[in-house]
Design a protein around this ligand. Structure first.
Ligand code: ADP
Ligand code: F6P
Length: 465
């Protein structure tokens, strides 16, 4: 962590999120770390070189005692990431329970959610624990940047601790998911606590105008506590919170550099050779119902059935990284996907032709980059998605291939990438099948024109500082 000498020179950016950039696993009494998957870690990965910062969060495991905690902290690395260790049941009820069984589906417009007091209590407690640790780490002048829905109460809990300790630090909060329309949000009995928790920040950031507007509307619902000052400013007592839209992006240079790596060049050639005479399509998603994987497979199946002449000429490579595997909805989804994959392969695969490759695992960055590069088409089929960085990553790896992006209207990315991509409604199997057909049969001139527009967005608006 930053030393006091470091501190005398510069103020520190303190990033706080539930997920750290490294996740730990216990292997025979010791701890191993691996890079965490997900948009948040990707979006913030460019910060490492450029700023004096530290990152506080939950390392994803339980440490039984102080000695284990020290070992776990060592596995995270001494300098940058600081683990906030939680007791197992509490972590489960906060992460699997309130965050991912109640809040995540609400934010993504799912219905039939059952509110459970014990999960809410755990959520509150974890936010309190985070507030204690962050307040202790912070010094006056540090900038505190809190991320995502696991920590919506943290700005207000932290603000009061900092005040009590006489520390002055600006607090920013960024939500990496959609913020839903008022009627959906009101389905949560604790929505007022969550909204007022976030409003204790100086800046509250969203990925799109729509999410920001929805949040402002949710605040108006509590006119007994807050007042709309002017556009994008909300007053709560003597505190003013500024709302903003901040486009979250990737570091395109990291991808273009990796594409020059001889291993990746060789791998691209290998993959091309393996699938010669075929149009390769790619899908890269966490295995999450919000990503529309079921709909993607159904749309692809429809495309294969409707276009028999193309069956031997396409292959969809779908990578699905395991995610939130303790949550029932995710377990059910995994089964559903496996059944669908089996059905499609059973109907369409032959000894000399396989139109679907399904990988249920995390893959290395080099393999990911090679796959993005060889694919002529990328399918992003989110039912709802805060932004979706896969869309940008794919474009960053395309270069002269001028790949076609088939993009769900309900991904946040569609607000910025509509011009070059083929947009479709994610609930329509027909629309997806037709969009795939359009992508596969698109002529070079149109591919180039669309790609250039997408490339402008990725390089001009999402480059890391
Ligand atoms: P989310 O934030 O919901 O996870 P995004 O599309 O914004 O969704 O970000 C996903 C990130 O995770 C991307 O940077 C992507 O490269 C990475 N990722 C997704 N699936 C895999 C996988 N199977 N292997 C490695 N990285 C993956
Ligand atoms: O996009 C929302 C998000 O929660 C990100 O913050 C995170 O990177 C990703 O989903 C992965 O989620 P988890 O931390 O549950 O693995």
């Amino acid at each position: 962590m930053a030393t006091s000498k470091q501190h005398a020179n510069k103020s520190t950016l303190i990033i706080v999120s539930n997920r750290l950039p490294l996740s730990l696993r216990k292997v025979d009494n010791s701890f191993e770390s691996s890079t965490s998957s997900g948009g948040l870690v990707t979006a913030l990965s460019g910060l490492t070189d450029s700023m004096n910062f530290k990152w506080l969060g939950w390392p994803g495991i339980t440490a039984a005692n102080d000695e284990e905690q020290e070992n776990a902290q060592r596995a995270l690395g001494e300098k940058m990431a600081k683990g906030i260790f939680l007791e197992e049941q509490l972590a489960q009820d906060h992460y699997d329970g309130f965050s991912n069984t109640i809040l995540w589906p609400t934010l993504h417009y799912q219905s039939g959610i059952e509110f459970r007091e014990e999960f809410w209590e755990a959520y509150r407690q974890v936010n309190e624990i985070f507030a204690d640790v962050v307040a202790e780490e912070a010094h006056t002048g540090d900038l505190i940047w809190i991320h995502d829905y696991h920590l919506m109460l943290l700005p207000s809990l932290l603000r009061s601790r900092l005040r009590a300790q006489g520390k002055e630090c600006p607090i920013g909060f960024t939500l990496h998911t959609p913020f839903p329309a008022r009627d959906v949000w009101r389905g949560l009995p604790v929505e007022k606590e969550l909204v007022t928790g976030m409003l204790a920040s100086d800046v509250v950031g969203f990925h799109t105008e729509e999410y920001k507007e929805n949040f402002a509307t949710a605040c108006v619902n509590h006119s007994d506590v807050v007042g709309l000052e002017e556009t994008d400013c909300i007053r709560m007592g003597d505190h003013l919170a500024h709302l903003g839209v901040f486009i979250v992006g990737i570091d395109p240079i990291k991808f273009s550099e990796t594409l020059k790596n001889p291993y990746v060049v060789n791998r691209i050639n290998e993959l091309r050779h393996m699938h010669s005479n075929k149009t390769i399509m790619i899908g890269v998603d966490r295995l999450d119902y919000t990503k529309g994987l079921v709909q993607k497979l159904k749309g692809y199946e429809r495309f294969l059935n409707d276009n028999p002449e193309l069956r031997n000429k396409v292959v969809l490579v779908q990578v699905a990284v395991p995610s939130r595997e303790n949550v029932k909805e995710y377990q059910d989804l995994e089964e559903e996907i496996q059944t669908l994959v089996g059905k499609i392969c059973g109907e369409h695969c032959a000894p000399d032709n396989f139109p679907l490759v399904y990988m249920h695992r995390s893959i290395s960055f080099t393999e990911l980059t090679a796959l993005y590069s060889v694919a002529e088409v990328c399918l992003v089929t989110s039912q709802r998605d805060g932004m979706n960085l896969v869309a940008s990553e794919y474009i960053a790896c395309q270069g002269h291939r001028h790949g076609v992006l088939v993009l769900s209207e309900f991904a946040g990315a569609a607000s910025f990438m509509q011009e070059g991509s083929i947009l479709f409604h994610p609930s329509s199997t027909d629309q997806l099948s037709q969009a795939i057909y359009q992508a596969v049969t698109m002529n070079q001139d149109e591919r180039k024109k669309r790609y250039e527009s997408l490339c402008d967005f990725v390089t001009n608006y999402t480059r890391c500082a």
